[in-house]
Design a protein around this ligand. Structure first.
Ligand SMILES: [Fe+2]
Length: 523
């Protein structure tokens, strides 16, 4: 292993300045130790600082972690970068000043991928903290901190993670993020709605930078806006993230090739491809870049034998909406047994993952609410048909799957509705005597609002759903979770306000699931 000084000397000697366009490494990725040496001339002059979007890491394994950055001198207007491949040096060290470099290399930032870089830094030790940074020309990125997963067969004493979702730029300041960056955590799970694709609202505290997003360039500019937030950058620089998406990474309430705003499927699939590519370009995911509108992102991230995270994609394969309503009674069409939310392949994959998981805690990273949430209105019962409730047969299959593990140690973590909740999941929500089989922890949004007009209705509905242990819709924030072999404890962290740039935070309520005892108790 070279020291940092030796490495830089070697770099200078091989004159790695200019384009290196080795496509064999997965496009914009580079493996540990890869040092491309194609040289075609000096580095083009950049129009300003290039690391405007910070650094990130994600999808840790016991021996590796994905390191991410994207070069953009003008992130909200096309990126501002020259239309050429650029070499980006990366270094990963065992100390926070990058003195003891243990892995390093040169990655390629290509205009094809918005000059984003995904490096798989390999050869690392399990359950260890590392620091990393990038360099382009003379410019150094901020330093990020990351952590590898424990060894496959290790049983760590504890795992601490935070989960978050739904950061609408226009709905408020992300006052939660600076607090999240200060927590003592191993990783972050992000459950979707990282960006919102909609139009500008001139009355908002922070206004969107373009009309409704439909093209790759517009998605990139929207990520450029969102990722300019320093609190968000701090959370990325503090912990590895494992991320899935929900609808707003492409379009509100979309399902497979169906656009609620009525774009024809072939046009919508092009937009979906653009949204998926921009998502890849801006998140530290252990995936190859997408090539078109079909992009498999469901995956499992194990944390020794203590926990496993199963990241679900609940948009790409779901059946199109039916019943002519977003919120309404479940119509007959919705009960068609062929109708799925995960798609057959992902459903079978999840069953396999759960069946073969050695983990004490199986955590399902789930974008939309899985537990039944009926809203009685007059003689009718309304449901949010965008949630699992709109796919009742698939929902029951999921409940049956969770019930296969009799100890209740399958825990579902959910975003989407901009409110907090804790539910004891019943295998049969129609049967008062049904066993509790699992727990769903719903985290509130980072900033996205819960429509106050629905508050009374929602609170009344929850009072009539005996499996719901806790519900609160007035506060924004995140959830931190500590899992040990005995207990999984969730602290609901609420900020006081999002209508100003800074806010205090406090723990509003805590819930615990005991291993082997299905259901949550207030802790
Ligand atoms: Fe959302």
């Amino acid at each position: 292993m070279l020291s940092r000084r030796q490495f830089l000397a070697a770099l200078a000697a091989s004159a790695v300045v200019g384009a290196c366009s080795d496509d064999s490494n997965g496009g914009g990725s580079a493996s540990s130790g890869r040092g491309s040496t194609d040289t075609t001339g000096p580095l083009p002059r950049l129009d300003g600082p290039a690391f405007t979007l910070g650094v990130a890491s994600g999808d840790p394994t016991p021996e590796s972690v994905i390191l991410w950055t994207r070069l953009a001198t003008d992130p909200v207007d096309g990126g501002g970068m020259p239309d050429t491949d650029l070499p980006v040096v990366w270094e990963l060290a065992s100390d926070d000043r990058i003195g003891d470099v243990v892995a390093s290399g040169v990655a390629t930032a290509s205009p094809r991928l918005g000059h984003s870089v995904h490096v798989d830094a390999t050869g690392l030790d399990p359950a260890r903290t590392y620091w990393y940074r990038f360099r382009v020309g003379d410019e150094e990125s901020p330093i990020g901190r990351t952590r590898t997963a424990p060894a496959e067969d290790a049983t760590p004493e504890r795992l601490r993670f935070g989960f978050a979702s739904c950061s609408h730029w226009q709905d408020g300041f992300w006052t939660a993020y600076p607090h999240l960056a200060e927590e003592d955590l191993d990783l972050i799970v992000f459950l979707g709605d990282y960006i919102y694709e909609g139009d500008p609202d001139p009355d908002a505290a922070r206004v969107h930078n373009s009309p409704r997003v439909r093209t790759l360039e517009a998605y990139r500019n929207r990520y450029g806006l969102y990722k300019g937030d320093t609190g968000l950058q701090a959370v990325h620089a503090a912990f590895p993230w494992i991320s899935t998406w929900d609808d707003h990474e492409v379009a509100n309430d979309y399902g497979s090739d169906f656009d609620p705003l009525g774009a024809p499927p072939e046009e919508f699939l092009q937009r979906r491809a653009a949204g998926y590519q921009a998502w890849y370009e801006h998140l530290p995911v252990r995936l190859d870049p997408p090539a078109g509108p079909d992009y498999r992102i469901n995956r499992t991230v194990p944390f020794g034998r203590l926990a496993a995270f199963h990241l679900l994609d609940e948009r790409q394969y779901r059946g199109a909406p039916v019943c002519d309503a977003e919120i309404g009674p479940v119509c007959e069409e919705a009960t068609d047994p062929r109708r799925t939310l995960l798609g057959e392949e992902q459903e079978a994959w999840l069953a396999d993952q759960l069946d073969s998981s050695p983990a004490t805690w199986d955590v399902l990273a789930n974008s939309v609410i899985l537990s039944r949430t009926p809203v009685p209105l007059g003689d009718d019962v309304f449901y949010n048909l965008d949630q699992w409730d709109g796919y009742p047969v698939a929902q029951q299959r999921m409940l049956d799957l969770l019930a296969e593990r009799r100890d209740g140690n399958r825990v579902v973590i959910t975003g989407d509705i901009h409110a907090s909740g804790v539910a004891d999941m019943w295998q049969d929500f129609d049967d008062d005597g049904s066993p509790v089989i699992a727990t769903e922890l719903v985290g509130t949004s980072i900033s996205s609002g819960f429509d106050e007009g629905y508050l009374d209705i929602a609170e009344e509905a929850v009072r009539r759903a005996p499996w719901v242990q806790f519900f609160e819709a007035r506060h924004r924030g995140y959830v931190t979770v500590e899992a040990t072999p005995e207990t999984l404890r969730a602290d609901y962290r609420f900020v006081e306000a999002v209508d100003r740039p800074e806010s205090s935070i406090s723990t509003a309520t805590s819930w615990a699931v005991e291993a082997g005892k299905p259901g949550a108790q207030e802790a």
